[in-house]
Structure formats: C-alpha cells, structure tokens
Design a protein around this ligand. Structure first.
Ligand code: FMN
Length: 377
C-alpha cells in the first residue's frame, strides 16, 4: 500500500473537477468554496443560499452534531481499493452523494439548473430538480447524464400537480421526491432582509401558485397534504415516491405503510422550522423506524467526506448536499458543481481508507468511537 502522495494507491476515482482560472488554491474543500462564494456572489445571492429560518440555530446544530461524532479506525486492513458504489431505486451509482433539490438556481448563476445538471453528470451524482426550478425540465434533461429525480410541492390546483408529475415522468425523471416539511414557508428573516428577488425575466415554469399571484416569494400557498396524498401521487405515475423531511421514527413507520419508496431525513437545511434537531441526530431513530424496509437518505450540514462516512455508519444509504453545490455553481458554473461533488467523493474515499473500511457495507456503528446514544445525550 503506497500512500506517498496522500491518496490511496490504485484509487479508481478520477481527479477532482476543474476550477475557474485563478481560483485553484481557493477551492480545495467545500468550506473554501463557500468562502469564495461569500466573497464573489452578490450579498443577496449569498444570503439566499446561506440563510435559514429565524435565528438559524438548526443550521449550526446540523454542523455541530457531525463534529461531535468521533471515528474508530481499524488498522492493517487492506482498504487501498475503496468501493463506494451504491444501488438506489434500481440505479447503480458510483458513490452515495446526490444533489438535493434547491429552488431558483438562476439567482446564483445565469445557467442555473442546466449548469447544475451538467456538473452533476460529470460527477456521477443524481440531481433532484426542484419544483421551483428556473429552467424547464426538457432543457435540464437534454444535458443530464446522471439520473434526474423530481422534487414535488403539491399545489392547490390538483390538475396542475397531476400534469407536473406526468411532465416529470416524460422528461425521464427516475423518482418523485415529495417534500413533506413545507406546509408553509418558514420565517426567512435573513433572506427578506437581503432583499431576495429573482433575476429579471427569470421563469418558474412549475410554480402555478406563484405565477398566478396566489403567493409571493416569501409565502408558500397553504395546501393541505396528508398521508392519503402519498397514495394519490403513487397512482399518477410509475415513478417511485420518496418522502423528504422525515425526522421521527413514528413518521418513518407511517412512510413505510404509505407505500413510499424511500425516506429522506431532512430539516430542510434549517430553512423552515428553526430549533428542529440536527438531521444526523434524528437519523438513528428514522433508521430504526424503517427497519431495513426502505432506503434512508439524509441531508443537512454535510461538508466533509467524514460527514458522509458518519451518515452511512449511522444507517443512511446515501446523502444529499444542498448549499455546497450552489456555492460551486455560483463560483464555477457546471465545473464548480462537479468540483464540489468530486472533492466530497475523494474525501469519503480517503476517510474510508484511513478507517480501514473498503466498502460502504463495512461502515457501521463500529466505525464510530462511541455508540450513537452518547453523542446526542
Ligand atoms: C437555496 C436553497 C433552496 C432550497 N430549495 C428547496 C426546494 O425547492 N425544495 C426542497 O425540498 N428543499 C429545498 N431546499 C432544502 C434542500 O433540499 C436540502 O434539504 C438542504 O439544503 C440540505 O442542507 P445543506 O444545505 O446544509 O446541505 C433548499 C435549500 C437551499 C439552500
């Protein structure tokens, strides 16, 4: 085993993606790329991405909870060749990192979601397109080379929602991701203070309520969505339906009963209800509730390969990132998105090698210094 240059010998992963001219030394890690975005995006665009609800306590907790978890390495194992492949909903993925749905991407880059799809494809990461996309699905699908999923907000016009689900299926989306933690929009104080607005001429092709003036950018229409609607959505297309925004074991059990195809443990990146717990803290309870019957994904605060490793050790099948790839998009377009995923994937590979774990299946509670209960006591 040669580790002369700090990377595992025989690594099968390609080098990390491109950097914009003059920025190579500032884009070595996800925190670096966030700092570059802070310096180069307009304050309004940066705050749109970085901000959360109310006092933004949950945003901080998402990070702090990861930092409290320590790793337990095993030495003299041959983990020089690390296998990060994972099969999700029938698709084999090269690594367990997906791009979470994020709204209004043309705020951070003129090519918005189209550039993100290009970067996602180059990095082998599925991209979950938001209902609040500022590019039409056909344009995104035209450039996508990795799986696309579609994130759904149910809108008051059920016929419109039905047409939207069918449009997503026709565009080739592999899954529908129903966001369940957003019956109203949270108190977006910082976003409002920064004067959030869409670029002149920006489209929101799938936000019927916004386009028809039934809501503005700071208030989601109040639509009653319940467990019965999961069944309704399943009847509309053959796409598997995942539920995004599950935080408790009891909701995880209901998700299984509802026929959902997977759950995403998420607190919406701390953007809706402040003082929700960190997602990594909620993950073990959801994993126990699901009891192996569905895939479990998690997002919120993932900034390092060790965060991905910890998520999988605590029972997640895969993770999603939100803000980091928007910072990549804002600073480097498609190449910046690719670079963010590549860095995270490379860091995961390093962490697995250094922990002596050669596959994702080998990551379990034994990879953590203390049992999970101790971290969150
Ligand atoms: C700018 C921004 C816009 C978002 N828009 C959506 C959205 O349209 N639909 C949704 O389900 N989640 C949305 N989210 C939440 C993300 O899908 C994800 O849960 C969160 O960003 C993960 O946390 P992280 O940003 O710390 O990685 C958004 C997040 C951000 C940062």
């Amino acid at each position: 085993m040669s580790v002369a240059d700090g990377s595992p010998s025989g690594s099968r992963t390609p080098p990390v993606g491109p950097t914009p001219p003059g920025h190579a030394d500032k884009m070595l890690s996800l925190p670096d790329i966030e700092e570059l975005a802070r310096q180069t995006l307009s304050p309004m665009a940066y705050d749109y991405v970085a901000s959360g609800a109310a006092d933004e306590l949950t945003i901080g907790w998402n990070r702090q909870a990861f930092d409290r978890i320590k790793l337990r390495p095993t030495v003299l194992q041959d983990a020089s060749q690390v296998d990060m492949r994972v099969t999700l909903l029938g698709d084999e993925l090269p690594h367990p990192i997906l791009l979470a749905p994020t709204a209004y991407q043309s705020v951070v880059h003129p090519e918005g979601e189209v550039a993100t799809a290009r970067g996602a494809g180059a990095a082998g990461a599925p991209f979950v397109v938001s209902t609040a996309t500022t590019a039409p699905l056909e344009e995104i699908a035209r450039v996508a080379t990795a799986p696309l999923w579609f994130q759904l907000y149910v809108q008051s016009d059920r016929e419109f929602t039905t047409r939207l689900v069918r449009a997503a299926e026709e565009a080739g989306c592999r899954a529908l991701c129903l966001t369940v933690d957003n019956p109203v929009l949270g108190a977006r104080n910082r976003q409002a203070r920064s004067g959030f607005r869409l670029p002149a001429g920006a489209l929101t092709p799938y936000l019927d309520d916004l386009n028809n003036g039934r809501r503005d950018l700071f208030t989601a229409e109040r639509v009653a969505v319940t467990w019965k609607d999961v069944e309704w959505l399943r009847s509309l297309s053959s796409m598997p339906v995942l539920l995004k925004g599950i935080l408790t074991g009891s909701d995880a059990r209901l998700a299984v009963e509802s026929g959902a195809a997977g759950v995403i443990v998420s607190n919406h990146g701390g953007r809706n209800l402040d003082t929700l717990p960190a997602t990594i803290e909620a993950l073990p309870e959801v994993v126990a509730g699901v009891a192996g019957r569905l895939p479990v994904l998690v997002d919120g605060g993932i900034r390092r390969g060790t965060d991905v490793l910890k998520s999988i050790a605590l029972g997640a099948d895969a993770v999603l990132i939100g803000r980091p790839y928007l910072y990549g998009l804002g600073t480097g377009g498609a190449g910046g998105v690719q670079r963010v995923v590549d860095i995270l994937r490379r860091e995961l590979e390093l962490a697995m090698t250094l922990c002596g774990r050669a596959s994702l299946a080998a990551l379990d509670h034994g990879t953590l210094w203390n049992p999970p209960a101790d971290y969150f006591a």
